[in-house]
Design a protein around this ligand. Structure first.
Ligand code: ATP
Ligand code: MG
Length: 593
C-alpha cells in the first residue's frame, strides 16, 4: 500500500461515523446553529453569526499522564473528521477533578497533538479549552434542574445510596430525600456550595427513574462535595460536578456536534441526552444539542494502553521514562522512530468499529515500514562486529591503500545522491555471517566460498582465527581482483552471497539499542496475571556497532534503513558526539517466528 506524504492523508474508507456525519450534513441538522466565537450558553451563541464550522468534534484528555497510541487513534479520528468535513476539532483539557494538574502533562498533550500533525487553531481562533472554565455554568445548570424539579439533594449515607440503587435484577428504592420541595433542595444545594456541609454529607442527584433498567438513569449523582483546591479555580468551589454531568455540558457549550467516545460510555448515552434535553428545554444551551457516538477503544497487543499502568512502569523504573522507546506513549513512539504519518496511516488502516478487539502490534509496525521505506536513507552497519582481514590486499592494491566505494542513498531515488565509504585491508563484518561448517543453504562466509562485499569487491573466505573458547576473533579472506562493483567485468565471477560490511579505517563506532516488544505476551495482565510479571526481559539489548561514515553525521530523529537489519533512528536525546541509534523495527515481521 502506498504511504501518505506529509500533506496528503491516507486514503479514507467509510465508517459508521462518516455515515452519521454525512447524513447530518445532508439533512442540515446543525446548519442553523450560531457561534459567537467562544464557548457559551444559548443566549451568548445566538447573538453570534452562523457557525462557520460544518461540524465540531473534540479531543478531551484528562491531563494526568502522557498520551498513548490509543489517544493517537482518537486524535487522528477527531481531528481527521473535522479536517475532512470542513469542521473544527477542539482540544479540551478535562480538568473537572480538583486534583493537582501537572503542567508537564498539559504541555505533553499539546506537543503530542501538534506533532501528530493537527492544530486547534482554526479561522483565527485557538480552540484550546479547559473544562473547569465552565464551572459557573455547570452550577447554574444544577440550580436550573433543581428549580425545574429534575434534581434533588440526597443526604443518605454512601452505603444507603449504594444499597438503594438496586442492581440488574432488582429495581432501586427511592431515597427518603427524593420528595423534598424545590425550595428545600435549592437551599440545601446552596449550603453545599457555600461550604456548610462536609465531604460526603450530601450529593445532588438527577431525578429520573429509580426503576430504570439502565442503572445509570437511577438518579445519577451530578455534584459532590469535595473541599479541595483546584488548579484553575482555586478555592472558589467546594462542590465539583461528576464527569457524566460535566462532559455533555462541556460539549454543548462548545457547540460540539459529534461527541465521539469509547464504548464504555454507551450506557451513559441516555443520560447524556436526558441532561441536554432538559437544559435545552430550559433554554440554557444551543440547539440542536450534540450527540454522543461510541467506537471501540484501541487495544494493541504486547503493550498496555492505560495511563495508570504506564505511569506504574515509569514510577517503578521498569522503563527509563515516559519517552522510553519501548513505551506505547506518543513520546516513546516518537523516540523509537515512529513518524506522524505512520501513526495516521495506522489509525486509518485499523478504522473504527463498534466491537472491541485487539489489534496486532505488527499492524503498527507495518504502517511504519510502509511510511519509512520510501523515506529512509540506506546505510550499512555491523551490529555484531568481527574483523575480516584481506590477506592479499597490500600485495594487490598497495600497503595502506583505501579504495573509495559508493552506494545510492536510496535505491529508488537516484536523485538523492550517493554515500561514500572506503574499502581496505580490514573490514568489519557480522559475526553471524561466518560459519566454519556451513549449514545447508548458507551462502555467506565459510572457508573456500566466494561472496561479494556489497558495493565493493568479491572476496574468497580463507578461514578464521579462534580464541580458547572457540569464538571467532578474526576472519581471513583473499581479494578476487577486478571485481569492484560498478567496474566493467565486475560480474564475471558469480557469487550467491552478498555481505554488508563497514571499513575499519573509516567506520564509526556507535551505540545501537536493539529494542524489542515490552511484554512477552500479546495481552499483558489478561486473566489473573499481574502485567508486570509479563514484561519481556529481553526488550532492550545494547550493542557496540560500527556504522558507515555517512552515519557519523546523522542528526537526532533522522531515520535510516540499515541494510539487512531494519529501520533505525538516531536517538533524539542521547545522540551527541557519540552516535546512538535505536532500532525501530526489523525489515519484516519476525516476531514469534
Ligand atoms: P486511560 O484509561 O489510558 O487513562 P482515558 O480514556 O482515561 O485513558 P482520557 O485522557 O480521559 O484517557 O482520554 C482522552 C480521550 O482519548 C477520550 O476521548 C478517550 O475516549 C480517548 N481514548 C483513551 N484511550 C483510548 C484508546 N485506547 N483507544 C481509543 N481512544 C482512546
Ligand atoms: Mg480517564
Amino acid at each position: 500500500m502506498a504511504s501518505p506524504t506529509d500533506n496528503e492523508p491516507a486514503a479514507k474508507t467509510s465508517n459508521f461515523l462518516r455515515q452519521v456525519i454525512e447524513r447530518d450534513l445532508e439533512q442540515g441538522t446543525y446548519a442553523g446553529r450560531h457561534w459567537n466565537g467562544a464557548p457559551g450558553d444559548a443566549a451568548f451563541q445566538k447573538a453570534g453569526p452562523s457557525d462557520p464550522a460544518k461540524i465540531r468534534t473534540r479531543f478531551p484528555p484528562e491531563p494526568n499522564g502522557y498520551l498513548h497510541v490509543g489517544h493517537a487513534k482518537s486524535i487522528c479520528l477527531n481531528f481527521g473528521l473535522a479536517r475532512d468535513y470542513q469542521g473544527i476539532c477542539h482540544l479540551r483539557f478535562d480538568d473537572t477533578n480538583p486534583e493537582k494538574e501537572e503542567q508537564e502533562y498539559v504541555d505533553g498533550i499539546k506537543d503530542a497533538v501538534q506533532w501528530l500533525g493537527f492544530s486547534w487553531d482554526a479561522l483565527g481562533t485557538k480552540h484550546l479549552y479547559q473544562a473547569s472554565d465552565y464551572f459557573d455554568f455547570m452550577y447554574r445548570a444544577a440550580e436550573y434542574l433543581v428549580e425545574a424539579g429534575h434534581a434533588y439533594v440526597d443526604e443518605q449515607t454512601p452505603e444507603e445510596m449504594r444499597a438503594n440503587r438496586g442492581d440488574f435484577g432488582r429495581p432501586g428504592v427511592d431515597s427518603p430525600f427524593r420528595s423534598r420541595s424545590i425550595e428545600e433542595n435549592l437551599q440545601r444545594l446552596r449550603e453545599m456550595r457555600d461550604g456548610k456541609l462536609a465531604d460526603g454529607a450530601a450529593v445532588l442527584r438527577a431525578k429520573i427513574d429509580m426503576a430504570s433498567p439502565n442503572i445509570n438513569l437511577r438518579d445519577p449523582t451530578i455534584y459532590r462535595i469535595k473541599h479541595a483546591e483546584h488548579h484553575n479555580t482555586g478555592n472558589k468551589w467546594c462542590i465539583y460536578p461528576m464527569y457524566t454531568f460535566a462532559h455533555p455540558i462541556e460539549d454543548a457549550l462548545e457547540n460540539i456536534t459529534h461527541s465521539i467516545c469509547t464504548l464504555e460510555f454507551e450506557d451513559q448515552r441516555p443520560f447524556y441526552d436526558w441532561l441536554l434535553d432538559r437544559l435545552a428545554e430550559g433554554g440554557l444551551i444551543n440547539t440542536p444539542h450534540p450527540r454522543q457516538y461510541e467506537f471501540a477503544r484501541l487495544n494493541l497487543t504486547y503493550v498496555v494502553t492505560s495511563k495508570r499502568k504506564l505511569k506504574q512502569l515509569v514510577d517503578q523504573k521498569h522503563v527509563a521514562g515516559w519517552d522510553d522507546p519501548r513505551m506505547p506513549t506518543i513520546v516513546g513512539l516518537r523516540r523509537r522512530g515512529y513518524t506522524p504519518q505512520a501513526l495516521q496511516l495506522f489509525a486509518e488502516r485499523i478504522g473504527v468499529s463498534k466491537a472491541d478487539s485487539w489489534i496486532d502490534y505488527s499492524i503498527l509496525e507495518g504502517a511504519l515500514r510502509d511510511d519509512l521505506d520510501p523515506k529512509a536513507a540506506r546505510a550499512m552497519a555491523v551490529l555484531e562486529p568481527v574483523k575480516m582481514v584481506i590477506t592479499n590486499w597490500d600485495e594487490l592494491m598497495g600497503a595502506g591503500r583505501l579504495e573509495p566505494c559508493s552506494a545510492p542513498v536510496h535505491p529508488h531515488f537516484p536523485e538523492r545522491g550517493k554515500r561514500e565509504f572506503m574499502f581496505g585491508r580490514e573490514l568489519w563484518v557480522e559475526r553471524t555471517d561466518y560459519e566454519e561448517t556451513p549449514p545447508k543453504g548458507f551462502f555467506r562466509l565459510f572457508p573456500g566460498n566466494k561472496v561479494r562485499m556489497k558495493y565493493g569487491y568479491v572476496i574468497e573466505c580463507v578461514g578464521a582465527t579462534k580464541d580458547a573458547s572457540g569464538a571467532v576473533t578474526e576472519i581471513q579472506a583473499k581479494l578476487v581482483p577486478d571485481t569492484k562493483s560498478g567496474t566493467p567485468g565486475a560480474d564475471a565471477v558469480k557469487v550467491k552471497g552478498n555481505i554488508t560490511w563497514v571499513g575499519v579505517a573509516d567506520g564509526v563506532k556507535a551505540e545501537v539499542r536493539l529494542y524489542d516488544r515490552l511484554f512477552s505476551v500479546p495481552q499483558p495482565g489478561a486473566g489473573e496475571k499481574d502485567f508486570l510479571e509479563e514484561l519481556n526481559p529481553d526488550s532492550l539489548k545494547v550493542v557496540t556497532a560500527y556504522v558507515e561514515p555517512s552515519l557519523g553525521k546523522a542528526k537526532g530523529d533522522e531515520k535510516f534503513q540499515f541494510e539487512r537489519h531494519g529501520y533505525f533512528v538516531a536517538d533524539r536525546k542521547d545522540h551527541g558526539d557519540k552516535p546512538v541509534f535505536n532500532r525501530v523495527t526489523g525489515l519484516k515481521d519476525s516476531w514469534g517466528k
